[in-house]
Design a protein around this ligand. Structure first.
Ligand code: URA
Length: 246
């Protein structure tokens, strides 16, 4: 994000309150830059990348600037990515004011209610499209626990580029299966069709009992993120998404 924005508008866009409420915060001296209170809610601020580190609201660093927020969430089983599925929304796992941000935070693709693991979320539309665009072929790596033992022909069929999912007219792109145990597999796919992994195994007469996303591109779910926990991604982690494995 570049350019400049009025202080009251910036704070309102970051969800700190209505224009009137954030003006109150400024007039109360709760907003500081380099340790000095900012007095004028209408002052224009250059949106430099170091602004969040230099600015504080109520003694806490400013949230990421509009259009620059990207995070990794360890999505727990039971949380949902869309209002259409019943359940607790993944957005409820983030700080409350982030739900009032403009631009809004979106999930980068979706995971089913019963799937756990790495879910990226961002308010950066260009980043979102770079990850989910079918042309980007960003690999997504899943671990699946199966109801029945692998037959032995799954890896070949998934890799063939000819497997057709029920109700579809275009075959799946090749995907890689690594058998880890008779009922445990790692699967790498480069598209994001509806319930794709579950439907791939269903197409071969099996059933996915538990599904977990371990990785998106070269970014693995951080080990220190417990289910339900999240953290902001730094530029190196964002770059890792596009840096393989491919
Ligand atoms: N495939 C599925 O079946 N479910 C997910 O959540 C992701 C991929």
């Amino acid at each position: 994000m570049s350019g400049s924005l009025r202080l009251d508008r910036l704070l309102a866009n970051l969800g700190y309150g209505s224009r009137r409420e954030v003006r109150g915060l400024v007039l109360d001296g709760a907003v500081t830059l380099d340790g000095e209170p900012l007095a004028d809610p209408e002052a224009r601020l250059p949106l430099a990348p170091d602004l969040p580190a230099r600015m504080q609201v109520d003694d806490a660093p400013l949230d990421p600037l509009p259009g620059t927020l990207a995070l990794a969430l360890h999505k727990p089983v039971g949380a949902v990515c869309s209002h259409k599925e019943g359940g607790r929304l993944v957005y409820e796992l983030l700080p409350g004011r982030w739900r009032r941000r403009d631009p809004a935070i979106s999930t980068v693709g979706r995971l089913d209610r019963d799937t756990s693991g790495l879910l990226l979320m961002t308010d950066d539309g260009a980043l979102l499209h770079r990850v989910i665009s079918p042309k980007a072929h960003v690999p997504k790596v899943y671990r699946a626990r199966l109801a029945r033992p692998l037959r032995g022909d799954e890896a070949g069929l998934f890799a063939s580029g000819t497997l057709m999912l029920e109700g579809e007219t275009k075959p799946l792109h090749p995907a890689e299966l690594e058998a880890l145990a008779p009922q445990d597999a790692r699967l790498t796919i480069r598209e994001g069709r509806y319930h794709q992994v579950r439907r791939m195994f269903a197409a071969l007469g099996n059933h996915v009992e538990a599904l977990h996303r371990e990785r998106v591109g070269g970014l693995a779910l951080p080990d220190d993120l417990a289910p339900g926990a999240w953290r902001l991604l730094n530029p190196a982690e964002l770059a890792a998404i596009f840096a393989g494995p491919s």
